[in-house]
Design a protein around this ligand. Structure first.
Ligand code: COA
Ligand code: HC5
Length: 631
């Protein structure tokens, strides 16, 4: 067992107990897992010239000719022999030779722990499970018990190191993220946050936290012999929790975690001055995961169901609904509503979507097959209710967090839609990459709405490399721009449009291959910039240039997260005038979630979702109605 191995390592002095609660990037585990990890290649540093050339090409469709000319000169200056670019590149290569992954610590810090906006909407993604049949509290509890047992079943695979290794493009992937999602939690700071992981603790946690009516409980999910509780036993324990948290008049302490990180960091320091509060907070942070038993939300029509569920996952609906029924710093929070709305929200710092989704796929299958088996009932201890002493100052912080949360709730515009005309099957039948096809449809939808192209981000996995996270696929290219401009131009022939579409799809697939092989430009540029901060007294001009700001202003922030389960994943936009678009392409349909901010007059999630549907249909029609050119 992994736990045993770690304990052996501790005894042998290989791992210092003080390092057991530590930032994720330095986790060390032995056994099969380690052998697999060591076999993975290290993330390369791409050649400087390649990145510079590619940068100029990706700017072409999003900046004007004068800006581009100016940037071309800056790039020339930057990469000239003996220049600042070469110096930074050398520094980066030195860093790469000395570290397991030159990027992962920097990325964790910059993308997550230094980021000061609330994790709610701005960072934490949500997942909506297919609608469940139940509509009462028995159903809710029964499902929650099965789900908890399912997660524990998945945990056994992690602990035993029997998780099947994943592959992308025929290459084995880094599995370290699976070891970061359970028993971990983000901790706020007044300037920057940290993440702790208790899975490697001498005595790893054996409890989860359950929250109902804003009240937190510690639920031990293992028997003293180390076996997990049965579904039946968990059910009984959940009943006890429910019955001792009937009143909903409690202070929603968890809502503090939704605030701006600096404010929450300050409030946190004040909160944990009290010993009881500190112990309660620690119990939540240490728990394997959290289960939120949610009150029913206002009903929605069938076609709005998923959209309503998305907001429940992303923010909980505001302070008078379920937003206080959360601890947003907790890596994994499963949400189970009394009305059958289920899903989860996860804190993004420790892991990407795919490991979370593979956990979900496992749990959903588990909940289908597991029946309630009556087990002989050994009386179990009452789950411990976590106490909080609320001083007037804490009360003020809660009120402030409530207000800010309610503003965020009003701000978020979401539309979930199921595109049912086709799925991956159609692009495949046309010998096109389905992901590239969807991305080109998004480009077309955006162009039709705004008559311009924008910087577009698509997540690319870097997990082919040890401790790899993500890089950016820039979906807007010279070829995508040519295609979207031609598509609605009546002076162009259909055969020409088809050929432009094919070229654009190929270009996207090529960028994808480049990105997953560690040769994309975004993380390389980030590395060069951070290297400059460490090595130089001033930032090189290319990083202060308007083009660089435009390149990083992602009006479209997108991600494909495929799942076996028919679920929908969602996240917020990354700029005030942008969209967040997450999609799960299934074989014959595609689930989309589009988000935007209501305060921006120019954006509208439902409009982009509609434009995307039209674009997909129009592209299919174009391909079907145009005879293939004879070879
Ligand atoms: N003709 C026919 N079929 C094709 C094809 C073509 N020209 N090109 C691709 N296909 C097939 C593939 O074989 C694959 O088949 P499958 O459904 O049997 O698996 C399918 O179409 C999908 O391929 P494609 O659409 O090209 O995308 P992908 O699966 O390679 O994924 C990324 C592309 C960018 C999403 C992927 O590389 C990646 O990085 N994923 C991780 C993203 C991530 O981490 N997101 C979350 C961040 S938190
Ligand atoms: C459950 C699905 C979560 C998807 C989350 C995701 O795609 O996050 C991206 C991570 C990254 O590094 O690209 C960030 N993004 C939401 C801003 C696209």
């Amino acid at each position: 067992m992994w736990g045993t191995l770690v304990r052996t390592m501790v005894k042998a002095g290989m791992v210092k107990p003080s390092s057991l609660v530590k930032p994720l990037s330095v986790t060390r585990i032995t056994g099969r897992y380690l052998a697999h990890q060591e076999g993975l290649p290290k993330l390369p540093v791409p050649p400087l010239k390649q990145t510079c050339d590619c940068y100029l090409a990706v700017l072409d469709p999003v900046v004007g000719p004068e800006e581009l000319n100016h940037t071309r000169q800056l790039v020339e200056e930057f990469q000239k022999p003996g220049g600042v670019g070469e110096r930074l590149q050398n520094g980066l290569e030195r860093r790469a030779s000395k570290t397991e992954n030159w990027l992962s610590d920097w990325w964790l810090q910059t993308a997550y722990l230094d980021y000061r906006m609330p994790v709610v909407i701005h960072s934490s993604p949500g997942v909506i499970l297919p609608r469940l049949e139940f509509s009462d509290r028995q159903g809710q509890m029964r499902y929650a018990a099965k789900l908890i047992a399912g997660v524990l079943d998945f945990k056994t695979m992690i602990d035993n190191e029997t998780l099947p290794v994943e592959y992308l493009g025929g290459k084995p992937l880094c599995m370290s993220q699976y070891y970061q999602v359970l028993s971990s939690c983000r901790i706020p700071g007044t300037k920057r946050d940290t993440v702790v992981n208790y899975a490697l603790d001498k005595r790893p946690p054996t409890h989860i936290t359950v929250v109902h009516n804003f009240q937190f409980f510690v639920l031990d999910v293992y028997n003293s012999d180390g076996t997990p509780l049965t579904v039946d036993q968990i059910y009984m324990q959940l009943e006890k929790i429910w019955n001792s948290s009937l009143q909903s008049n409690k202070e929603p302490i968890g809502i503090l975690t939704s605030n701006h990180r600096n404010s929450w960091g300050k409030a946190y320091n004040n909160l944990i001055k009290d010993k009881t509060n500190k112990e309660s907070v620690r119990a939540i942070q240490k728990s394997i995961f959290t289960v939120c038993l949610d009150a029913p939300m206002p009903r929605a029509s069938d076609d709005m169901y998923r959209t309503r569920a998305a907001v429940q996952m992303l923010h909980g609906g505001g302070s008078r609904w379920n937003s206080g029924n959360r601890w947003f710093d907790k890596t994994l929070q499963f949400i189970i509503g009394e009305d059958g709305t289920c899903g989860l929200i996860y804190e993004h710092a420790p892991a990407e979507g795919p490991p979370i989704v593979s956990l979900i796929d496992h749990v959903v299958e588990y909940t289908k097959k597991s029946e309630m088996v009556r087990t002989p009932m050994i009386p179990l201890r009452m789950p411990l209710k976590l106490r909080f002493n609320i001083t007037p100052e804490i009360k003020r912080d809660i009120e402030e967090a409530k207000q800010n949360m309610n503003i965020m709730v009003r701000e978020l515009d979401v539309k979930v839609s199921v595109f049912s005309h086709f799925g991956k099957d159609f692009p495949k039948s046309q010998k096109m990459s389905p992901d590239a096809f969807i991305q080109m449809a998004l480009q077309l939808a955006y162009y039709r709405m705004y008559k311009r192209c924008c910087s577009t981000y698509e997540s690319a996995s870097l997990r082919m490399f040890r401790l790899g996270r993500t890089d950016t696929i820039r979906s807007t290219s010279i070829d995508s721009a040519r295609f979207v401009k031609a598509m609605d131009d009546p002076t162009r022939q259909n055969t020409e449009k088809v050929s432009l579409l094919e070229k654009a799809v190929k270009a996207h697939r090529m960028y994808t291959d480049m990105a997953i092989r560690g040769q994309a430009i975004d993380r390389h540029f980030l590395g060069l910039k951070l290297q400059a901060i460490e090595e130089l007294s001033a930032l090189p001009e290319i990083f202060l240039d308007t083009s660089y700001a435009v390149a990083l202003h992602y009006n479209l922030s997108t991600s494909q997260v495929p799942a076996k389960t028919n679920c929908v994943m969602c996240f917020g936009p990354v700029v005030p005038d942008g969209y967040g678009v997450c999609y799960n392409p299934m074989e014959t349909h595609i689930n989309f979630a589009v988000s935007a901010f209501n305060s921006c007059q120019d954006t509208n999630a439902a409009r982009l979702a509609q434009a995307l549907e039209y674009a997909l249909v129009d592209m299919k029609t174009l391909l079907e109605q145009t005879p293939k050119a004879k070879l």
